[in-house]
Design a protein around this ligand. Structure first.
Ligand SMILES: [Zn+2]
Length: 390
């Protein structure tokens, strides 16, 4: 397929078949340029074209620009039909190779199979780099809106890239191009059961989704509102529990849920990180403006990362100072020998490819809210050694 770039009129050829098919667009590789991909809408509209023009005219300052990494896959140029038709059909953006969805890192099962040497320090660094990308967006007046695991890619060196950026909320003078979608588990209480099409999102709304994502990363894929119901209460969907402020780790009020028996103890997180979680989920429940900003998360996560020590039994086990024993050794014992951060020797022997222990306590932790991890390669392969980057 031949399309025209707006800026210089250059024609580019999109490779068929498409790389991916989404609900609203196809993604294509571009002939002769592997650094970009093209997104072509099924139903191009003048509004989409105007939104893209506004985004291209005012890109956020990428915090990783100096190191050559793209943290925000922002539109680069608009695409038009090659026949001078004045209708914008889509856009090109940077291609982000060698990454997986953030889900595949915070989900212990897929992480162990895909990147078994990605230990807790990398998870903290991922959270920190995610906060940094959110901070850059908010600084330029943009809001992610639809925070979810498929819009965040992570590299094996803990670098983060926000994708699907054309769904973000974009301001343009008195107009706001809204983000019409969202997932309940990343949506703050005040927006549960609200029609996204009818409201403007704010950085405070993003701050809730960001805190959920950080919690998932630091708590082995456990959602902050996942829990076991106490007493005879009916089990509610996550969105309803968020709306009702049933944070099972609350220390200020009694709620009808307790932490999942399979979740790591909340104490694995640095005390300042836990305080930030309470600030977001408890204080922020009634006062959204008091939720920690992305910039504050960045600082506190830097502190948490600098406060780690190594386990004597396994040098892939990083845990915070202040804990008497290694929580990952304890967790491994609880999961019947299934190590969330296997040693280099164990990885060499291919042990990370062994399936999860199927006794009840082992399985629950893997899919905290019923996500099915994607199929992964089963053959042992040499694992690259990740180096966390910021
Ligand atoms: Zn250990």
């Amino acid at each position: 397929m031949l399309l025209r770039l707006e800026r210089n009129g250059k024609l580019i050829t999109l490779r068929t078949p498409p790389l991916a098919l989404g609900g609203e667009a196809y993604l294509y590789a571009v002939d002769g340029d592997d650094s970009i991909i093209a997104k072509v809408y099924h139903k191009p509209t003048p509004e989409r074209g105007d939104k893209l023009a506004a985004m291209i005219a005012n890109p956020p300052l990428d915090p990783m620009a100096g190191s050559g990494h793209v943290s925000i896959a922002w539109p680069i140029d608009r695409l038009f039909s090659y026949e001078d038709e004045p209708r914008c059909l889509g856009f090109i953006m940077p291609r982000i190779p060698h990454t997986h969805s953030i889900f595949e890192y915070y989900n212990p099962k897929t992480r162990r199979q895909l990147c078994p040497l990605f230990h807790y320090r990398y998870l903290i660094r991922t959270a920190r780099n995610l906060a940094s990308a959110f901070n850059a967006l908010h600084a330029t007046g943009y809001v992610v809106g639809d925070v979810n695991e498929s819009n965040i890619l992570v590299s094996e060196s803990a670098l983060v890239t926000l994708v699907d950026t054309d769904s973000f909320q974009v301001p343009l003078g008195a107009t706001t191009f809204r983000c019409p979608v969202g997932k309940p588990e990343f949506t703050p209480p005040e927006l549960q059961n609200v029609r996204f099409r009818e409201i403007d999102r704010t950085p405070e709304h993003d701050a809730f989704g960001l805190a959920v994502m950080i919690f998932l990363l630091l708590m082995e894929g456990t959602h902050p509102f996942a829990g076991r119901v106490v007493g005879d209460e009916e089990m509610l969907p996550l969105g309803d529990r968020i709306a009702l402020n049933y944070y099972p780790y609350s220390i200020s009020r009694s709620v009808p849920y307790e932490p999942m028996p399979t979740a790591p103890p909340i104490g694995v997180m640095h005390p300042d990180v836990r305080a930030m979680m309470r600030q977001c989920f408890e204080v922020g429940h009634t006062n959204p403006s008091l939720r920690p900003h992305a910039a504050t998360w960045q600082q506190v996560l830097d502190l948490a990362e600098s406060n780690l020590r190594l386990c004597r039994a396994n040098t892939q086990h990083f845990y915070r100072f202040g804990l008497g024993t290694c929580p990952w050794c304890e967790r491994m014992a609880m999961l019947g020998g299934w190590d969330p951060f296997p040693s280099r020797k164990a990885v060499k022997r291919g042990e990370h490819l062994q399936p999860v222990i199927t006794r009840p306590i082992g399985m629950l932790v893997i899919d905290p809210y019923g996500n099915t991890p994607p199929t992964v390669e089963k053959t042992p392969q040499k694992q690259p050694e990740p180096t966390p980057q910021s």
